[in-house]
Design a protein around this ligand. Structure first.
Ligand SMILES: *Cc1c(COP(=O)(O)O)cnc(C)c1O
Ligand code: SF4
Length: 354
């Protein structure tokens, strides 16, 4: 493998390179979703122009994007309101001056990922489950992401480099579930994904495959017939946990993609992060949960924000979070109320807050 500049696309992932480079999309990888991914907006000037945002956003956006790249697909931008700097979808992706706030409680690795990585790319925190950093890129860069500074360049790329992680799972019969996370595992080509899933399916004690992905939300075209076939061809029972924070994210194309996944037999769940100015409101979250249910997705977790460096302006106090979730519980069926949790480094499970 040749050396890559920091932040360049992972070998097996499809991602638009910096404008100076040509896309490395490979032979059989020219589907619609890959074109959407390659065409994602990656510079603040374009985003500001498309959404007709005030000029004062430009300089801070350029500075903050230098620390964590801006990435947002055009189809997701189309769900935002023009001229509104407080749009709840925009706030998730627009680099702001507030990211430069220095707060010692907000750190590079807020959930102890590095301490849980005993072999490259494999995070082991909880009994019975092992999490693979399957891709180093995402289709959208969420400004509050707890893995903003994760050293993805050191994670495995390609089946050969996954051998130590696969061997460790194979050696431990207590592991019954493999979780593909990242980055976004669905940023991998179907071919790369199928090879990794195939290798996991060969481990007899693994029963379940869980994929954590935001791609079905931000680029619903990712949910192709080939992906459905791959997810359901394996011996492993497939779960897909999507990530949406606001009802406006689930447009009709997204809902249709989710219904295709459900019809194929994939169990769907959603996780959200409680974010100030985005969804810290019971009405907004209730509408999100209803929208998810309509698409056959069960609300799973509502995460307290992980204290990641650059994300402090999204913080919602736990007391306020509890009041919001109590209001949610009063208006939704019990199965539609997400569990409000925080991840405490070293804890044996995600800590219930309510
Ligand atoms: C969150 C997480 C999981 C999954 O936890 P669940 O409570 O089962 O959803 C597994 N492994 C790691 C490392 C995690 O961070
Ligand atoms: S999609 Fe998930 S992993 Fe990727 S930037 Fe957003 S929160 Fe982080």
């Amino acid at each position: 493998m040749t050396a890559r500049p920091a932040g360049a696309a992972a070998m097996n992932a499809v991602s638009a390179p910096p404008p100076s480079q040509t896309p490395n999309l490979g032979a059989a990888t020219n589907g619609a979703w890959q074109r959407h991914l390659a065409a994602a907006v990656r510079d603040p000037d374009t985003l500001i122009a498309l959404l007709e945002l005030p000029e004062e956003y430009r300089a801070p956006a350029r500075r903050a994007a230098g620390r964590f790249q801006l990435v947002v697909p055009r189809g997701f931008i189309a769900r935002m309101e023009r001229g509104n700097p407080r749009d709840p979808l925009l706030l998730q992706v627009l680099p702001l001056a507030e990211e430069e706030i220095e707060d010692p409680a907000f750190v590079a690795d807020p959930v102890g990922d590095l301490a849980a990585q005993h072999v490259p790319g494999l995070l082991e925190k909880y009994e019975g489950r092992a999490l693979l950093i399957a891709a180093g890129v995402c289709a959208v860069n969420c400004r509050y992401c707890f893995r903003r500074e994760f050293p993805y360049d050191a994670a495995p790329r390609g089946l050969a480099s996954w051998r130590p992680a696969l061997a460790r799972i194979a050696e431990d019969p207590s592991i019954r579930e493999a979780i593909l996370s990242g980055g976004d595992p669905l940023a991998l080509t179907d071919h790369a994904l199928a090879r990794l899933v195939g290798a996991l399916a060969e481990i007899p004690h693994l029963k379940r495959l869980r994929i954590h992905s935001r791609l079905p939300v931000v680029i619903p075209e990712r949910v192709t017939a080939e992906l459905l076939a791959m997810l359901t061809a394996t011996r492993l029972v497939p779960y897909l946990v999507i990530h949406a924070n606001h009802p406006a994210e689930i447009d009709d194309a997204c809902a249709a993609a989710l219904l295709r996944l459900a019809a194929a037999g994939v169990t769907l769940m959603n996780q959200s992060v409680l974010l100030r100015g985005v969804n810290d409101d019971a009405g907004v979250l209730a509408a999100l949960c209803e929208r998810l249910l309509d698409a056959r997705v069960l609300p799973y977790y509502l995460h307290q924000l992980d204290p990641v460096r650059g994300g402090s302006h999204f913080h919602v106090p736990i007391e306020r979070g509890r009041a919001i979730v109590a209001a949610l519980a009063a208006r939704l069926p019990g199965y539609a109320v997400p569990r409000y949790v925080a991840e405490i480094p070293g804890a044996p499970y995600k800590e219930p807050l309510r």
